[in-house]
Design a protein around this ligand. Structure first.
Ligand code: AHG
Ligand code: MN
Ligand code: MN
Length: 283
């Protein structure tokens, strides 16, 4: 596992450089989810694949940017699913983006994820690693080294909400729930990049991030393997909760590697309110 985390650190340093120096325009291709790729999606994917190739503990990898799995080392113990550059459409407007990693044993599913990590490329580059505990590291760009900062945990309740999706398409009970949070004094924090948005809630110690099912997308937008399970693992380890409206996200399986699911991440108080709202709804 140390080798995997070191490979993630090396990849993050290289991706950070690429973000700052490479062409930020669109590529002429789409990924498996039908998203238009930017050139940096493809560059970041290659950087990560090249770092993981060197690690014998990795049996196989799968990327948001590729249709199928890529075998690595037959005797490796771990399967890794990753989103090389999350929020890449925000690069052009110079907002923060990220990389997300889920490390799985035996198969790709909620119950078999054993560690998760993500990197935020913002004014500073930060890395969060979740195993037994959740640790925050910050990149020292002079030494090219990630320096441990502190352990992270969520409190009982926060003050911010990040509500994803197209509001016009939201189900009425979802809209009422979100409106109620704002009526209760919660403030809006949504950049369109789940990495900085979830990072903010985690660092501030609480709040709610929601990407619900809606009329246009009944199964939400965010992908289980590359985005949802890793963050569900981080939030669980930090003392928060992550659900699909009714069930713990880490209880879910997959039918396909690019499956999506509605998802809600947050501290105890907010997630209990989501559970109460969604209890009346059929799944
Ligand atoms: P990606 O750039 O990897 O395709 O993912 C972007 C994701 C996520 O980061 C963000 O929360 C969500 O898409 C934003 O979607 P909306 O634009 O629908 O709010
Ligand atoms: Mn993504
Ligand atoms: Mn992506």
């Amino acid at each position: 596992m140390t080798d995997i985390m070191n490979a993630i650190k090396s990849a993050a340093i290289k991706i950070n450089k690429a973000i700052k120096t490479e062409d930020t325009s669109k590529a002429e291709s789409e990924n498996s989810s039908g998203d238009v790729q930017v050139k940096l999606d493809i560059i970041s994917d290659e950087i990560i694949e090249n770092e993981f190739k060197k690690v014998s503990a990795i049996k196989e990898i799968v990327s948001e940017e590729k249709e199928d799995v890529t075998p690595m080392h037959e005797n490796g113990d771990y399967l890794i699913a990753y989103d090389p550059l999350d929020g890449s459409s925000l690069i052009d407007v110079n907002l923060s983006v990220g990389s997300i990693f889920g490390i799985y044993k035996d198969e790709y599913s909620g119950p078999t994820i054993v560690a998760a990590a993500y990197v935020v490329y913002g004014p500073r580059v930060e890395l969060v690693i979740a195993r037994d505990v959740v640790e925050l590291y910050r990149l020292d760009e002079e030494k090219n080294e990630f320096i441990f900062q502190k352990e992270l945990s969520l409190g009982e309740k926060g003050k911010i909400v990040g509500p994803g999706g197209t509001q016009k398409e939201w189900y009425s009970y979802h809209k009422e729930m979100i409106d109620k949070f704002f009526a209760d004094g919660y403030r809006l924090r949504y950049s369109g990049g789940m990495v900085p948005d979830l990072h903010q809630i985690l660092l501030k110690g609480g709040g709610l991030f929601a990407y619900p099912g809606a009329n246009d997308k009944p199964k939400g937008k965010l992908r289980k393997l590359f985005e949802v399970f890793p963050f569900a693992y981080v939030y669980n380890r930090a003392g928060g909760l992550a659900i699909d409206g009714k069930d713990d996200l880490l209880e879910l399986g997959i039918d396909h590697i690019h499956d999506t699911t509605p998802c809600f991440f947050g501290s105890d108080y907010e997630i209990k309110r989501v559970l109460k709202t969604y209890a009346k709804v059929e799944k």
